[in-house]
Design a protein around this ligand. Structure first.
Ligand code: ZN
Length: 695
């Protein structure tokens, strides 16, 4: 079967079949993006075998792993995601660590009545021929732990600590304690699936016990530190995630001191072949590469202006002038101890900038769609930390020698529907208006603004790409990062050459909009003298007393997703809903997508309640309720929740590509099902206690 199966070109104007071994389309030359996907549920191993083509589309490459051979087509999505799937969706802000639900295959096998759910993990390690390096997509933490550096090991533990609280709130924190779910994608910790907590939720003692098992194979100069840390966790003396994060932050800083980091920045912008004005702006000034020595903190910004009568240009320029000034004004004392302070400084600078633009709007009596605003992406590095801030749909990508991860989640309607648990991302982006922004800088007062600031750790050579949607639309970064950006990391091209070629690519392949690019190239070299082992008591002494006096956000990250998820889904108020800059000028005030979503939400809730009463529950795991297999009418009596403009998911048809539609990004990952459904009437098994495969 494998020999005759072909991979369809993703280019919607081409769609030619290609040999699976091709890296570029034979006909149009577009790089072939391979989506390797995880099929949830052990049971699929029994029913679907390597070489089999499921649903005339998904080729089984390994047990439980398929390759999507028709990536140009939107995957099938349910009218209403079951509750255990919405859990993954609601964790979208943590997409760097939690898989995204790609789509599903409704009951492909008549022998059993079971849907297959597909998860994706962004760019996963592939060899030169595009085949999987690891047979299960990603290696387990245990497999790669002992070969990692001291800093990398602390980095992984820190990511687990930061995920603890968000996953605990969703009752899936036991996922972090399951060694088979704990995978690594290069520097990033990624969960293979989520696992539902039992009645007694795990606590940090359990995490301590798990980490104690890693201690013997840890890097020599963190062993003592780790021994004391796990002891404190296991004894219950260290029982707050925020204290744990603070201690690991201190350790990151200590071991990060064993490396020197230098930076090169290059920015460029172009109006594009079809536009008359360039409403983008960037910092530092364009077309000159800037080299920063060790100890200098790089700052790069890209803005994409929005608004009529040249307002977009003004807003973007105002932001570019204001942000660096505001950031430089902030005192940098105490930041050695609290990396959070940098996040706060950036967030404050964003708010000041927002209000400046907003006041200008008020002074000029700009109302509704005449108001000007701008998107923002900003990268600021300090020591081992990279702070990635954003508002709107400009993006930041994190590229290493092995992977490309989209760091930001667009502030648009599509992402909002996902975060509310209503739609799968790849389904949401099919809707007209999906790319309409839910917030931008300067549209209204900063009290309505929710900027996202993420903290990332630089422990290896890497490139941060900041760009406006002129480049990122239509998956261009996913298609071209390895051919265009990796040469920079390999020393084969300069940062200037890479920036210029990306801009050219944006104009040639997209061309519908202004394009702006900022590249931040980070080089990391070990210092001559190795770092001395960190003494745990020293870290604790510095951190804990201060920490208990304070009540700050323990993670140092802010996510615009959190408050949205808990909010009642209302259409964005006219003043804060902004039409995407690339869209036709008018955005209907109440988006059909939102109306549709509300319908889905309300009806979904009713259906869920009804199902609770009508369905027998497995005694053992009442909290886990994977959907019974969807028949054609899962919720009798409810109106199909199709928004007015719902695209038809018919295979073979090209999904409409709204101008504003963001490309689905392999780099982002919403959440995945808590448990794998098992076939027939067997109660679903949590991932932590796998069921033996059913024949
Ligand atoms: Zn092609």
């Amino acid at each position: 079967m494998d020999s005759v199966t072909t991979l369809q070109c993703q280019n919607l104007t081409c769609l030619s079949p290609n040999a699976l071994t091709n890296r570029f389309c034979e006909k149009c030359g577009t790089p072939l993006v391979k989506h390797y996907l995880w099929m949830m549920g052990d049971w699929v191993r029994t029913y679907y075998h390597v070489g089999e083509l499921i649903d005339n589309r998904y080729l089984v490459k390994q047990p439980q792993i398929v390759l999507d051979t028709k990536p140009a087509q939107a995957p099938q999505a349910p009218d209403e995601p079951p509750s255990w799937i919405s859990l993954y969706l609601k964790l979208l802000p943590f997409h760097l660590h939690i898989p995204q639900v790609y789509g599903y295959i409704p009951s492909p096998d008549e022998r059993l009545n079971m849907d297959i759910w597909l998860l994706e993990y962004g760019a996963i390690p592939l060899d030169e021929t595009g085949e999987l390096i690891y047979p299960e997509l990603l290696p387990t933490l245990a497999e790669v732990w002992s070969q990692a550096s001291d800093l990398r090991q602390i980095h992984w533990l820190w990511q687990m600590a930061k995920l603890w609280h968000p996953l605990q709130k969703k009752a899936v924190v036991s996922s972090l304690l399951n060694p088979s779910l704990m995978r690594v994608n290069n520097q990033l910790l990624q969960l293979l699936e989520l696992s539902k907590d039992e009645a007694t939720a795990p606590n940090l003692r359990d995490l301590g016990a798990l980490w104690a098992g890693l201690m013997p194979t840890a890097a020599a100069n963190i062993q003592d530190f780790l021994a004391s840390l796990t002891q404190e966790l296991e004894s219950g003396d260290l029982d707050r995630p925020e204290s744990l994060i603070a201690i690991l932050d201190y350790a990151l800083q200590h071991y990060g001191g064993g490396q020197e980091r230098s930076y090169e920045i290059f920015t460029c912008t172009d109006t594009g072949p079809l536009r008359e004005h360039n409403e983008d702006a960037c910092y530092p000034p364009t077309n000159q590469a800037i080299t920063l020595a060790h100890g200098q903190n790089p700052l790069a910004i890209v803005c994409d202006g929005i608004g009529g009568q040249e307002g977009g240009e003004i807003a973007a320029q105002l932001a570019i002038e204001t942000l660096p000034r505001e950031i430089n004004r902030s005192p940098t004392t105490d930041m050695e101890v609290y990396p959070e302070s940098h996040s706060l400084v950036l967030e404050q600078a964003i708010r000041v900038t927002n209000d400046l633009i907003s006041q200008r709007n008020d002074q000029e009596s700009r109302q509704d769609r005449q108001r000007m605003g701008t998107t923002l992406v900003m990268a600021f590095a300090h020591a081992q930390e990279m702070y990635a801030a954003h508002v709107g749909d400009s993006r930041i990508y994190w590229i290493t020698a092995h992977s490309c991860h989209q760091v930001t989640v667009d502030d648009d309607l599509a992402s909002r529907e996902v975060k509310l648990g209503y739609l799968l991302y790849r389904d949401a982006i099919q809707y007209p208006n999906a790319g309409a922004l839910v917030q931008a800088l300067g549209m209204s007062s900063a009290t309505n603004l929710h900027p996202t600031v993420q903290r990332l750790i630089i422990d290896q050579d890497c490139v941060f790409l900041l760009c406006s949607d002129g480049l990122s639309d239509y998956d261009r970064v996913e298609q071209y990062w390895d051919s265009e950006i990796l040469p920079l990391l390999r020393g084969e091209k300069t940062v200037t050459a890479v920036g210029e070629s990306l801009l050219q690519l944006a104009n040639q392949k997209n061309g519908h909009d202004n394009s702006t690019i900022a590249l931040v190239y980070c080089r990391v070299v070990p210092k001559a003298e190795p770092v001395t082992p960190l003494v745990y008591a020293q870290a604790k002494e510095r951190i804990i007393p201060d920490l208990y006096d304070q009540d700050f956000d323990y993670s140092g990250d802010t996510y615009s997703g959190e408050e949205v998820v808990t909010a009642i889904p209302t259409p964005p108020p006219a003043s804060s809903s902004v039409s995407s800059h690339t869209s036709p000028p008018a955005l209907t005030r109440v988006s059909p997508l939102v109306v549709g979503a509300i319908a889905v939400g309300v009806l979904g809730l009713l259906a869920a309640i009804a199902w609770q009463f009508l369905s027998p529950h497995p005694a053992s795991n009442p909290s886990i309720s994977p959907t019974p297999v969807t028949g054609p009418t899962p919720t009798p009596g409810t109106i199909p929740p199709a928004p007015v403009t719902s695209p038809s998911p018919t295979p073979g048809t090209i999904p409409p590509a709204p101008v504003t539609s963001p490309s689905p990004t392999p780099g982002t990952t919403p959440s995945a099902p808590v448990t794998s459904p098992s076939p027939g009437t067997t109660p679903p098994a949590p991932v932590t206690s796998p069921t033996p495969p059913n024949p």
